[in-house]
Design a binder for this molecule. Structure first.
Ligand code: COA
Length: 100
């Protein structure tokens, strides 16, 4: 398992990612400090990740019920790749990806 990397978005906001096999990159978590949401902080951290891992395939998984995260990933250019049945206990997840 490769090393966990962290992008610091300031004021407790962060993005955690790691390299997978081949040219894949997995976003493990993205979190924006509540008062800072909807101000472009998430988008900025993704932009930073993109510049770090240019030329790779980036994946992210989120709960089916996480409407905001799904909107977020779509808005910043990710595509829905798969529905992962019962990924979080009884809840499905959605896998998003972007080929940089
Ligand atoms: C998902 C999350 C990271 C988005 O971060 P953010 O800094 O608020 O997002 P941005 O301001 O960069 O928004 C980028 C786009 O995402 C979408 N978006 C963000 N928040 C949204 C909301 N509340 N409702 C609808 N769309 C939203 C919009 O399309 C937005 O584009 P716009 O500003 O042109 O409208 C943030 O809401 C968060 O930390 N949520 C809790 C943790 C979480 O669910 N993480 C994802 C699963 S691991």
């Amino acid at each position: 398992m490769s090393e966990l990397k962290k992008i610091n978005g300031g004021s407790g906001s962060y993005l955690e990612w790691r390299r997978g096999s081949g040219r894949t990159i997995e976003i493990l978590n993205i979190h924006v400090n509540r008062p800072d949401r909807k101000k472009g902080v998430g988008k900025k951290m993704i932009k930073q990740l993109k510049s770090t891992v240019d030329g790779n395939l980036v994946f992210a998984i989120t709960r089916m019920s996480n409407r905001i995260a799904k909107e977020f990933y779509k808005k910043i250019g990710f595509r829905e790749i798969a529905v992962l049945g019962k990924f979080y206990g009884s809840e499905d997840a959605v896998m998003f990806g972007i080929d940089l």
